[in-house]
Design a protein around this ligand. Structure first.
Ligand code: PEP
Ligand code: MN
Length: 353
């Protein structure tokens, strides 16, 4: 059920509706839109007594939502959600293409700082890097843990980047919430409902990666889990799915981007690195992602990929990342997106004039 407030409804009227919903034993989710506020109702087993709400002052309409997901749906909020961050002016879902880049895993301070400096100079606004790694083999590198998070936080200060890093369980989620700017929920955890609920109670925006065999509905329901707990800042991520194709690690489902745009107001970024598993495929897939309307990219970059502790084969060299970003600007412009100009380049350009 969804309560649509009048365009000129007051904050007080919205609060009164929320209070009434609580009295009925349900949970209200007020989501302000560009012109008016919508209040999603969750926690109801059957139909909500619509009459009790439709008579309240400021209420325009009470609508039954037929889809299983409510808060993520465009019915709830027609306009695109722009996920913003406490620090800085970078966002995901606005006109500017969000660029997230960094190694698969944080391996050392020196390794991360070298990569962070390079990707920041190329125009990335977000630094990715795992401190807690969900690995297929229990004998593979599992990540540096809290020490890795501290290194990422130091790199944020040094290069002005926002940090996005994965949480794999309750303990790591609390730490990631403390150190990072954005909590990544990995593909293998997309249906870890206990973890999704915790992410919904965390303070930072969430990057939710699509499970490797998840349908669009399942991805949206996973996002609904997070939002139903009160965290409305969710960014979806397409990272390739399992198919019979064996020429790449996964198959990038570019078609999910317009499908997501139709059903939900949440932004979606694309990860061409895990989608392909191979360095030479990353740039073409990144181009396709921008062309199809993705709100951003998350890309693995490493200065010495041959010796990377994880995912070296799919990591771009910093110079490749730099040229990829430059070459994306033409496609970005065609689809009405802008690209961030890093200060160092702008400053350099001014000096050169
Ligand atoms: C990662 O981003 O390094 C990662 C493990 O991604 P995914 O969960 O998509 O496999
Ligand atoms: Mn990886």
């Amino acid at each position: 059920m969804l309560v649509l407030m009048n365009v000129n409804a007051t904050e007080e009227q919205t609060q009164t509706v929320c209070k009434r919903v609580e009295e009925m034993g349900y949970r209200p989710h007020p989501l302000p839109g560009a012109t008016r506020c919508a209040i999603g109702i969750t926690g109801n087993k059957g139909a909500v007594e619509a009459d009790a709400l439709s008579q309240l002052p400021g209420v325009a309409e009470v609508i039954a939502v037929s889809k299983p997901y409510k808060l993520v749906s465009r019915d709830m909020k027609a306009e695109d959600t722009i996920v913003r961050f406490e620090a800085g002016d970078a966002a995901v879902g606005g006109t500017e293409l969000a660029l997230m880049a960094g190694p698969c895993s944080v391996e050392s301070r020196d390794q991360l700082f070298r990569i962070a400096e390079a990707v920041a100079n190329s125009g990335a606004r977000f630094l990715r890097g795992g401190a807690f790694k969900p690995r297929t083999s229990p004998y593979a590198f599992q990540g540096m843990g809290e020490e890795g998070l501290a290194i990422m936080a130091a790199a944020r200060e040094a290069f002005g980047l926002l940090v996005v890093t994965e949480a794999v369980d309750h303990e790591s989620l609390a730490l990631v919430d403390q150190y990072a700017d954005m909590i990544q929920i990995g593909a293998r955890n997309m249906q870890n409902f206990a973890l999704l609920k915790l992410a919904g109670r965390a303070h930072k925006p969430v990057l939710l990666k699509r499970g490797m065999a998840a349908t669009l509905d399942e991805l949206l329901m996973a996002a609904e889990y997070i939002m139903s707990e009160g965290n409305y800042n969710v960014v979806l991520c397409e990272r390739g799915i399992r198919t019979f194709a064996d020429h790449t690690r996964n198959t990038l489902d570019v078609g999910i981007v317009p499908a997501v745009k139709k059903l939900t107001h949440l932004p979606i970024v694309v990860d061409p690195s895990h989608a392909s598993g191979k360095r030479d495929k990353v740039v073409p897939l990144a181009r396709a992602a921008v062309a199809v309307g993705a709100d951003g990219l998350i890309v693995e970059v490493h200065c010495d990929p041959d010796h990377a502790l994880s995912d070296g084969a799919q990591s771009l060299y910093p110079a490749q990342f730099d040229s990829m970003v430059r070459n994306l600007s033409g496609i970005a412009e065609l689809v009405g997106r802008t690209m961030y100009e890093p200060h160092s380049k702008t400053a350099g350009a001014e000096v050169a004039q």
